[in-house]
Design a protein around this ligand. Structure first.
Ligand code: GLU
Length: 301
């Protein structure tokens, strides 16, 4: 495993086309694209890493996985009245389907759906309380204390979050947002600005493994469902492509991170800031493709 990860990291750093770093959030545009880290936390508790696996990065939409788990913990199946479970086939911040589908977003991993899960998780708590609970959940899942929110990134996103505000107001007009768009967006931008290293993220992902050694923070049924949604919706309109190339549930973020779950085997985190046309890490996706092929880890046997 160690040799494989080092080989993947070395190969990626030699790549000519590294994709394009997200620049619509000004603070993210400053990140050096010449980085790739990869970590594997196995089901039985081993940790392997290579490349820039100890460098903290902005987890962005990977936070949607943790918030979904918490929102389901709060309201259970009632969540599905407010958000669907179908791939959208649209970009992460698209507003297109919301009008046709009367303010009910397609799934919890596109931005509109994530705003609903954040609103649900927020409930009647303050953003500070909700974010505190989220950080505690991630620290418990990873057994790592040193996980924080980068306030500069949160502020930078909040100042430029015009599309996300549009989505929130639109859903609020349909009664599908309980809190004000200001409160929801304030919480959402801070959850996206959580920083983690590949090692911390791979360890945190173990809460979605179906083995007895994994942290038991959600029920087995819920783990299966979250994994199913990651498989079908975790990479926006590139979800089918990721499933085809990697064959494992994954969730990407525009910070360049991807969390991948190999049921029964382990949790993998890869990070490289340059994105492909879908807004998913370019080298990260390629690294995962090689990883899955070489290890044979797949949900398809
Ligand atoms: N904070 C980002 C946004 O809402 C998350 C998108 C992503 O990571 O894919 O625009």
């Amino acid at each position: 495993m160690q040799d494989l990860l080092e080989d993947i990291a070395a190969r990626a750093l030699g790549a000519e086309d590294r994709g394009k770093v997200a620049d619509y959030i000004p603070e993210l545009a400053k990140v050096d694209p010449n980085q790739l880290g990869i970590s594997v936390a196995t089901a039985d508790g081993e940790l392997f890493s290579a490349g820039n696996a100890q460098t903290p990065f902005s987890i962005q939409s990977i936070s949607k996985v943790f918030v979904l788990a918490l929102a389901l913990g709060q309201v259970g199946e009632a969540l599905w009245k407010r958000v669907g479970r179908e791939p959208s086939g649209q970009a992460f911040d698209s507003i297109l389907l919301l009008e046709r589908e009367k303010g009910i977003p397609r799934n919890p991993f596109i931005n509109a759906g994530a705003l609903v899960t954040t609103d649900t998780f927020l409930g009647s708590a303050s953003p500070r309380e909700a974010l505190g609970a989220l950080i505690r959940f991630i620290r418990a899942a990873s057994d790592q204390e040193d996980i924080h929110i980068n306030d500069a990134v949160a502020r930078s996103e909040l100042e430029t979050a015009h599309r996300n505000f549009a989505l929130a107001h639109y859903m609020r007009s349909y009664g599908n947002l309980q809190n004000s768009p200001d409160l929801v967006l304030g919480t959402y931008c801070h959850q996206c600005a959580i920083e983690m290293t590949c090692e911390q993220l791979a360890l945190a992902g173990r809460f979605l493994l179906d083995t007895s050694d994994a942290p038991s923070l959600v029920s087995p049924v819920r783990k299966r469902r979250i994994n199913a949604l990651m498989m079908t919706c975790g990479h926006y309109d590139g979800s089918g492509d990721f499933a085809f190339r990697v064959g494992l549930p994954g969730k990407s973020g525009v910070g360049g991170g991807i969390l991948v779950i190999a049921p029964g085997r382990g949790s993998v985190a890869v990070w490289s800031p340059g994105l492909n046309g879908y807004g998913n890490s370019k080298l990260g996706t390629e690294a995962m493709e090689v990883f899955a092929r070489k290890t044979g880890w797949s949900i398809f046997g």
